[in-house]
Design a protein around this ligand. Structure first.
Ligand code: ADP
Ligand code: MG
Length: 433
């Protein structure tokens, strides 16, 4: 049992003060991670959760040694890392199998890369294949397998090298729910064998229940740039029962932590304009069509719904729903008391209106936001022809904490829908309607 109280919890690998930016054509680098400090210890399962694009996969890649941080240091057993992390094997979201190779050949690829002799390769591949329950499928090709079985191959391949730490990047997001449930339990069984590797698991997820089921420590990240929000210790004994009251309570708690970081508080708009005239509102990554979808869904629910319920019913990820809710709230179309989303009177009027009326209401709401007023002034300043890049760099300056590319994209969809301005992609030019 790995989770025993007296188990060894020495640090296996660690990130210190990590910052990561990616270069972009616009010249402004995209700041993805800011001051990340994180370790993975022996005999634990750590999960990373946070909105999409917040840098979870980037953290995983840096810790695996696949990419280098812009700033900060990475350690493996106390030594500064150079190149690949020798203790890590990764399971990817999209399985990453070679379609022209059999199951066995796919598993063998990583073992062959280690330069082992044929007999050892055969033995290790066989052991890994049986560990994930794929005995009898050695000669099958990926196309003959279900999503869950393909992910078993991905798991076998990673486990075959007997890694000290298993990294998994949203491994079950392309697997049906029931299969995912089984795979999670199986991977924990494999991990829990105290005599064997992997000693630890680091997993990226966007599913709160999955994280509560799997993790000893839950690392909550916020976006733009990605920062470590908080780390939640998970005290629930294993094996965990997703239906137990303690489990549901922890899911609720985590849910509240995530929503309180991602939903605007009482103050949606910027603080007193007279004091900080330059402040504009950051936009959530929610295109106008998503917000419309949300409002229409709420209308079918009598104007109110639980956030979780919306995510489940609409098959949209929780992060996307949060972004749409945030957007709708900025436009005064919804309120968000606790975990409920409620159409406001204006929101109700909006969904029930004709398309033309909708556009008018939307436009009026946009003009309530400083950001859109700023854009309109800016267009005027540029004699009605504003280059996209000029606006992007203005956004970068005004909203240094945001991803200006993303803000720009959202801004264009909102502006277009309200017919406030037009954006010509071919000329990269913003013009008044
Ligand atoms: P997550 O896994 O949390 O969804 P990622 O780590 O994949 O987020 O990406 C974080 C941000 O970094 C995203 O905005 C993404 O577009 C950007 N990004 C990731 N990899 C690269 C890259 N190689 N070049 C440029 N931008 C990248
Ligand atoms: Mg990712």
């Amino acid at each position: 049992m790995k989770h025993a109280i007296n188990a060894d919890h020495t640090v296996i690998c660690e990130l210190k003060g990590i910052q990561k930016s990616f270069d972009r054509e616009t010249g402004h680098p995209l700041r993805v991670l800011e001051d990340i400090n994180l370790d993975v210890r022996a005999n634990e399962v750590v999960c990373l959760i946070g909105p999409s694009g917040c840098g979870k996969s980037t953290i995983l890649r840096i810790l695996a040694g696949l990419i280098e941080p812009t700033k900060g240091r990475t350690f493996y057993h106390g030594k500064e890392m150079e190149g690949l992390n020798p203790g890590v094997a990764i399971v990817f979201q999209n399985f990453a199998l070679y379609p022209w190779m059999t199951v066995e050949a796919n598993v063998k690829t990583v073992l062959q890369a280690q330069g082992l002799d044929d007999a050892t390769i055969k033995a290790k591949a066989h052991r890994a294949i049986s560990l994930v329950g794929l005995e009898g499928f050695e000669e099958a090709y990926p196309r003959e397998l279900s999503g869950g079985m393909k992910q078993r191959v991905g798991m076998a391949r990673a486990l075959s090298v007997d890694p000290e730490i298993l990294f998994m990047d949203e491994p079950f997001s392309h697997v049906d729910a029931l299969t995912a449930e089984g795979l999670r339990a199986e991977i924990l069984d494999i991990w829990d064998d105290a005599e064997r590797n992997p000693s630890s698991i680091l997993m990226v997820s966007h599913d709160i229940k999955e994280v509560v089921y799997m993790a000893d420590r839950i690392v909550v990240l916020s976006a733009n740039p990605g920062r470590l929000r908080t780390i939640v210790e998970n005290p629930l004994p294993r094996p965990r029962d997703m239906r137990s009251p303690e489990f549901i309570r922890l899911v609720d708690q985590l849910h509240d932590i995530i929503t309180s970081t991602e939903l605007p508080d009482v103050e949606v708009t910027a603080p007193a304009p007279s004091l900080q005239p330059d402040i504009v509102e950051p936009l959530p990554p929610a295109p106008s069509s998503d917000i419309l979808g949300l409002l229409e869904y709420l209308e079918t629910q009598g104007g109110t719904a639980d956030l979780f319920q919306v995510a489940t019913a609409t098959h949209v990820t929780f992060e996307k729903i949060l972004a749409s809710v945030k957007g709708a709230e900025m436009l005064d179309f919804v309120d968000t008391p606790k975990r409920q989303v409620v159409l406001t009177t204006l929101g109700q009027r909006f969904v029930r209106a004709s398309m033309d009326e909708r556009k008018d209401i939307w436009k009026a709401q946009l003009l309530e936001l400083r950001l859109f007023r700023m854009v309109m002034e800016f267009i005027e300043l540029h004699q009605g022809e504003l280059k996209a890049d000029e606006l992007r760099s203005e956004l970068q300056q005004r909203l240094p904490m945001e991803n200006s590319e993303q803000t720009f994209d959202t801004l264009v969809t909102w502006g277009r829908f309200g017919e406030l301005f037009a954006y010509r992609e071919d000329r990269e030019m913003i013009t008044p309607e």
